[in-house]
Design a binder for this molecule. Structure first.
Ligand code: DHB
Length: 308
């Protein structure tokens, strides 16, 4: 009932972690692979080399969500490439990569191209948390130039992780760019960048990096996430599949992502705070909604949002 397919790779369930949550170490990735309800897993976004990330506290729970400025802490590309090429897994493993510069993205993708990894690579164009480094996907010209350069040599399945957009012309223009390339998928949204939360007892920010500015996730992000999934699904070539991310707390949220056009649904903030047993709960809740509506497959309602 909860199947999907991206780049010819079959998924027996629609759920995965949002990159960045519960996926930095092999122990965490192993746990996600063994979790009931995950149809795939994705690694923490890899840079060329190990990064310690920003100073702590760098993630905080806030009412209705989370704020984070992790700063790309990760074990480095070789660590994740080794995991996804040697781990015996019964579900697809996606490799997320995020160079902190234009040339680092190219270097990383050359290494992936030259490796034995045949799964889906997700190029993260939307990390908002590295001080001094703008996120690529808010620069439309650079995004097009980078993807042009990438697809000149990269022949394996490649998707992109996008930040939220807030303007209809931005949806139009970015979809036009993405449609020029044989992308496996578009994953939307990353966190809503550079929000600020203030502790009302102390009048202080709640995370240390960047004076308290950080990406917002969780329930607060749902309307923006659904709008981005819907807007891109209406504009992208049907060959480009979609991963919906943002604001998923319960089965209804998952159902709504699928109504907007998501093929797979990934979960970050709620996974961070509830832990991997969340996936079985979301699956149960989604199946209950589907049963009530008489749907036996996600194909029965994917993209079928009604307008008035
Ligand atoms: C980080 C946050 C992101 O939203 C992202 O896409 C990549 C990295 C981080 O702060 O580690």
């Amino acid at each position: 009932a909860l199947h999907a397919e991206i780049a010819g790779i079959k998924f027996d369930d629609i759920f995965l972690n949002a990159s960045g949550v519960h996926c930095q170490t092999t122990a965490e990735l192993d746990e996600l692979l063994a979790t009931k309800g995950t149809g795939a897993i994705i690694t923490k976004s890899a840079t060329s080399a190990y990064r310690a990330g920003n100073p702590s506290p760098r993630l905080s729970k806030i009412p209705l969500g989370s704020i984070n400025s992790m700063g790309l802490p990760n074990e480095g590309l070789d660590y994740y490439l080794d995991y996804v090429t040697t781990k015996q897994a019964d579900k697809p493993m996606l490799l997320s990569v995020a160079g902190v510069s234009y040339t680092e993205n190219l270097d990383i993708l050359h290494k992936v191209q030259d490796s034995s990894f045949m799964g889906i690579t997700e190029l993260n164009l939307s990390c908002p948390n590295v001080p001094g480094k703008p996120q690529t996907a808010y620069d439309f010209e650079t995004t097009e130039r980078l993807l042009t350069e990438v697809f000149a040599f990269f022949t394996k399945p490649l998707g992109v992780k996008m930040p939220p957009y807030f303007d209809i012309v931005h949806f139009d223009d970015m979809a036009k760019i993405l449609n020029k390339f044989p992308l496996a998928h578009v994953n939307t949204i990353n966190s809503i960048g550079n929000g600020l939360w203030i502790n009302e007892d102390t009048d202080t920010v709640v995370i240390k990096p960047k004076g308290g500015f950080g990406g917002i996730g969780g329930a607060l992000a749902k309307p923006t996430a659904l709008a981005n999934v819907r807007a891109f699904r209406q504009r992208l070539n049907p060959t480009i599949k979609m991963i919906g991310t943002g604001g998923v707390v319960n089965g209804r949220d998952v159902y709504e992502h699928i109504l907007c056009g998501a093929d797979l649904v990934s979960v970050g903030t709620q996974l961070q705070f509830e832990g991997p047993s969340m996936f079985a709960r979301l699956e149960q809740e989604l199946l209950a909604i589907m049963a009530e509506k008489g749907y036996t497959s996600v194909d029965d309602f994917r993209g079928q949002l009604k307008i008035i």
